[in-house]
Design a protein around this ligand. Structure first.
Ligand code: ZZB
Length: 258
């Protein structure tokens, strides 16, 4: 699986365990939808997942992801020594909540790390970028936080980290409008991020349509079809040091070749 690794830069106060780090720190999210980065509203982490901060050779930056993802990266030329991960600190998602970040392409100047309870530890980097306009899972999880003050409080999330952030219209999907995830979640009456069956259905509905028929409404590639600009968009981000390509070994392929 070929992902775009989106780099979100830590700009505010670093967690205590990273206070001595001099290098620039990034949280890195794996996505198949680089064209949706115009609509990022926050960065998701799972409070109970363990993440690591590790050294990379990319401008000596320090990145944050799961250990498993860092291991994969160590075989993809991101580390000094192939197969070796230089760990600076281990942090739970909880220790990384409410951090201030900047993210590429989005019109939000600052975004925050927030809790998402459905993140899988064994997929991507465990860091997920939130695009509530086009991802039903993201819309449901952000709505949960916006509606439920006790939920915010439990994770030390303050109002200003959540309440000002609205889904941004970035892609027109014929039949589903310019906030396709919102349309579909409302149609299926999704109640929360734990409404798994409905969210799976919602994702299927927006995914194919968004990819094949979606038209970008904003940015460099406005007016173009999503499927025609996906590659160019990733290159645009990579050239600006805002993304990389990250490969996830596929279990299926490995067992086939064995
Ligand atoms: C931005 C984005 C915008 C995403 C969108 C989706 C959508 P897939 O297709 O099933 O392989 N993701 C990445 N890692 C994790 C994880 N560890 N746990 C849970 N979710 C994760 O899923 C790839 C997508 O799943 C990624 O792309 C990421 O969210 C999320 F408009 O990033 B995406 C209809 C989906 N739309």
């Amino acid at each position: 699986q070929e992902y775009t690794l989106v780099k979100m830069k830590l700009i505010g106060k670093a967690p205590e365990k990273l206070s001595k780090v001099k290098s620039v720190i990034y949280l890195v999210a794996a996505t198949l939808r680089p064209e949706t980065m115009y609509g990022q509203t926050n960065c998701w982490l799972h409070p109970d997942i363990k993440y690591i901060a590790f050294e990379t050779t990319e401008n000596n930056e320090v990145w944050i992801a799961t250990r498993r993802a860092a291991r994969n990266m160590s075989y993809q030329g991101f580390m000094k020594v192939n197969g070796e991960v230089n760990v600076i600190a281990e942090l739970s998602g909880m220790e990384l909540m409410g951090l201030q970040l900047t993210a590429p392409l989005t019109s939000n100047k600052i975004i925050y790390t927030l809790p998402m309870l459905t993140i899988k530890e064994d997929k991507g980097t465990g860091v997920v970028t939130c695009v509530p306009s086009d991802s039903p899972d993201d819309y449901a999880a952000l709505t949960d936080l916006q509606k439920k003050q006790p939920f915010r409080e439990k994770y030390g999330i303050t109002d200003e980290m959540v309440l000002p952030y609205k889904p941004i219209p970035i892609i027109d999907v014929p039949g589903l409008g310019n906030l396709s995830a919102v349309t579909v979640c409302e149609k299926l009456k999704v109640q929360s991020q734990n409404d798994r069956d409905k969210l799976t259905e919602a994702k299927e509905l927006v995914y194919l349509k968004g990819f094949y028929d979606g038209i970008l409404l904003v940015g460099e590639f406005a007016g173009k079809k999503v499927q025609d600009v996906k590659k160019d968009l990733r290159k645009y981000l990579v050239d600006r040091n805002e993304a990389d390509t990250y490969y996830e070994p596929e279990k299926l392929i490995m067992s086939r070749s064995a």
